[in-house]
Design a protein around this ligand. Structure first.
Ligand code: G3P
Ligand code: CA
Length: 256
């Protein structure tokens, strides 16, 4: 059996505060093949690695990310909410806001190539700006290259179309929570090479992964955290496993 790629979802959100540099670097050190990162825009047009629209869950701030400037967000602590954050220590890598620029800078020269899955949040709310800014950022960092393999993901076909138009060399993943028409027969929109179904959908529709693979596409499944889910996606011979628990998945794969 070909071993799937293992991606640390939000940096490996189970053990450490999600979307912090410390979480991402730990996942690479533990052997993850790649990382998953959500990006959204600040009020002054910076791409920051934050999943939720609001700051409330993952920082000591309040309100919408899109109404704050980068300088305002840099004042906040993005780690202390998490049980994995040591209480009485100052740990900038586990508490500082992560921007896409900071992440790309840190991923250079890790000693081996790293795969980075970037999900744009939210193409419909930001208009075309989030994808335009993403492509501009990748160009500024001269990416993708052999050290950082970048793939862009979205639930919105529109976002995939924008990436294809501006950066056709960047592979894309079409994320799925429910299967839109055509995908069940292996058709993905706008040149997407990879399908990214949720693990619940894979369980619900056992024919989905085989039909997508038969059409010549790869399949990356999210978010695979439970042992039973991992066994199921491995039986489907998926190409990528996106997980909050990269260490657990890597250990299980090493046993096989
Ligand atoms: O990897 C895809 C997955 O992250 C999509 O869901 O809500 O965690 O961004 P979400
Ligand atoms: Ca995501």
């Amino acid at each position: 059996m070909k071993r799937p790629l293992v991606f640390a979802h939000r940096g490996g959100a189970d053990a450490l505060p999600e979307h912090t540099l410390g979480a991402y670097l730990r996942a690479i050190d533990e052997g993850a093949d790649g990382l998953e990162c959500d990006v959204r825009l600040t009020r002054d047009g910076h791409l920051v690695c934050v999943h939720d629209r609001r700051l409330n869950r993952t920082s000591n701030g309040r309100g919408l990310v899109s109404t704050k400037t980068l300088a305002q967000l840099d004042e906040l602590n993005f780690g202390s909410w998490h049980p994995g954050y040591p209480a009485d220590e100052e740990l900038p890598d586990l508490s500082r806001l992560l921007t896409l620029d900071r992440l790309l800078e840190a991923l250079r020269d890790r000693g081996r190539p790293v795969r980075l899955l970037i999900e744009t949040k939210h193409p419909s709310r930001y208009g075309a700006e989030v994808e335009r800014k993403l492509v501009e950022t990748l160009r500024r960092h001269r990416l993708p290259d052999e050290r950082v393999h970048v793939t862009v993901m979205s639930f919105a076909a529109l976002a995939l179309r924008r990436i294809r138009a501006q950066a056709p060399e960047v592979p894309t993943v079409y994320l799925l929570e429910i299967p839109p028409p055509g995908v069940g027969r292996g058709r993905l929109p706008f040149g997407a090479r990879i399908a990214g179904p949720g693990v619940g959908l894979v369980r619900l529709r056992p024919t989905l992964v085989p039909s997508i693979k038969q059409a010549g596409h790869q399949v990356y499944v999210w978010t695979v955290n439970r042992p039973a889910d991992l066994e199921m996606v491995l039986e489907h011979q998926v190409d990528g496993v996106i997980t909050d628990r990269p260490k657990f998945v890597l250990e299980r794969l090493a046993e096989m």
